[in-house]
Design a protein around this ligand. Structure first.
Ligand code: ADP
Ligand code: MG
Length: 440
């Protein structure tokens, strides 16, 4: 009996110990639950905090993006106003370097303001004998929007036109011409490996890439034609068809767009696509003539880059064209001496260059909207929508530094001066802009 009682008591003690242990476990678990619960509260508090900060960041990023898009639109407007103030027709002159073998034959050319604005060029004319036997030389002074001396590089030249190239990305039609006698540096300036065509294409490609974050997507299509004897040849077409296939210029009056039938255009989806275009054009020219250099000086070549941009945020669209034109040599070939094919070539070159001058002249007299003789040559007809209206034109007049070329140089510079005077006609427009802003 006593044994049984002892066992009972023992069990009782053990049970109460177990209960105590369990109770303390329960309370420690409760404490733990409490701890965990309060922890998850803190966590969820911090989650909520993070969530709201994230939303805030997204909102402010969205606001910044909208601001960026708005600023881009504003930049386009202001940029175009600056371009207009500079005039919609600009003329720049570039004198090519003197090569080693030519050092004894250099004409007297001076660049009086190279350390300031670089707009002036002075040339001493040919020696003239008076009736008394005195030898004199007449000094000719010219002034353009910019004069590039022989040591200038293609990089510097591009620096002056990069803004116009930008205008094409903004939806304007831009024409850049190289005018001058054969050997004066037109092709070097336009299509050498670091010339205006590759530089412009690379810049446009870069701009289009950067504009992506502002909501813009661009497509860029390049084509390259030659205007030879008033006919259009596709420099990017099949070499077998070159010189045979006929291409017509068609205008869409409503959309103000030009289409050349059967023309191949190449999508410029990589910055290096332009190099292969230039190579192909050269190859096609050499099919047409044993000396492709000669062919290229007897024809105009026109590189056309169509730029279509769309903004997914603002729904804006922009459509611009950049035309880079390497004109046929401007040297006056004596028509009397030339025969047959050569005669025909000469007449066509003379006609189309003087027609270009007439078109620019008519535009300068404010005849825009009235009669502009675009139809008088294939070149001006092709470029109709890129000359005049809201488009921008730049002419490079190229000059040789040699005494032997003096009279051609003077003729070129006089032609360029006439074009440059047209500038004043357009500058009126800029006065209006100023008046308007002072009224406001
Ligand atoms: P054009 O196209 O007017 O007939 P080119 O561009 O072919 O003349 O130039 C004639 C030659 O002079 C070419 O060999 C060309 O490389 C060279 N040349 C022209 N301008 C420059 C220049 N600024 N720097 C170096 N070489 C030049
Ligand atoms: Mg050339």
């Amino acid at each position: 009996m006593t044994e049984l009682k002892g066992a009972w008591q023992k069990t009782g003690i053990e049970t109460s110990t177990t209960i105590q242990t369990l109770e303390s476990t329960v309370s420690s678990l409760r404490a733990r639950i409490h701890f965990l619960e309060s922890g998850s509260q803190a966590q969820s508090d911090s989650f909520a905090d993070m969530e709201s900060r994230l939303q805030e960041a997204i909102r402010s990023a969205e606001i910044s993006k909208q601001k960026l898009v708005k600023e881009e639109s504003l930049r386009r407007i202001l940029f175009n106003q600056v371009q207009e103030l500079k005039g919609n027709i600009r003329v720049m002159c570039r004198v090519r370097p003197i090569f080693n073998s030519e050092e004894s034959q250099v004409a007297k050319l001076k660049y009086p303001d190279t350390d300031k604005e670089s707009k002036e060029l002075e040339i001493l004319g040919k020696e003239e004998k008076s009736s008394l036997g005195n030898v004199t030389r007449k000094a000719h002074s010219f002034s353009f929007d910019r004069v590039f001396a022989p040591e200038s590089t293609n990089e510097e030249v591009f620096g002056e036109i990069s803004q116009l190239v930008q205008s094409a990305t903004d939806g304007y039609n831009v024409c850049i011409f190289c005018y001058g006698q054969t050997g004066s540096g037109k092709t070097h300036t336009m299509s050498s490996s670091d010339g205006m065509i590759p530089r412009a294409t690379h810049q446009i490609y870069e701009t289009a890439t950067n504009l992506q974050e502002k909501g813009w997507t661009y497509t860029m299509e390049g084509s390259f034609v030659e205007v030879y004897n008033e006919e259009i040849h596709d420099l990017l077409g099949n070499s077998k068809d070159f010189d045979k296939k006929k291409h017509e210029v068609r205008h869409d009056e409503q959309k103000k767009q030009t289409i050349v039938t059967g023309l191949r255009s190449v999508s410029l989806d990589s910055p290096n696509a332009v190099e292969s275009i230039l190579k192909q054009a050269d190859a096609n020219r050499s099919v047409a003539a044993t000396k492709s250099n000669e062919r290229s000086s007897r024809s105009h070549s026109v590189f056309m880059l169509k730029l279509v941009g769309r903004n997914s945020v603002t729904n804006e669209t922009s459509e611009g064209t950049l035309n880079l034109v390497d004109l046929a040599g401007s040297e006056r070939l004596k028509q009397s001496g030339a025969e047959g094919d050569r005669m025909k070539e000469t007449q066509n070159i003379n006609k189309s260059l003087s027609c270009l001058g007439d078109v620019i002249g008519a535009l300068g007299q404010g005849k825009d909207g009235g009669h502009i003789p675009y139809r008088n040559s294939k070149l001006t007809y092709l470029l109709q929508y890129s000359l005049g209206g809201n488009s921008k034109t730049l002419m490079f007049v190229m000059a040789s530094p040699l005494e032997a070329h003096l009279s051609e140089t003077l003729t070129s510079l006089k032609f360029a001066t006439k074009v440059h005077n047209t500038h004043i006609g357009t500058a009126k427009k800029s006065t209006k802009v100023r008046e308007r802003s002072s009224d406001a």
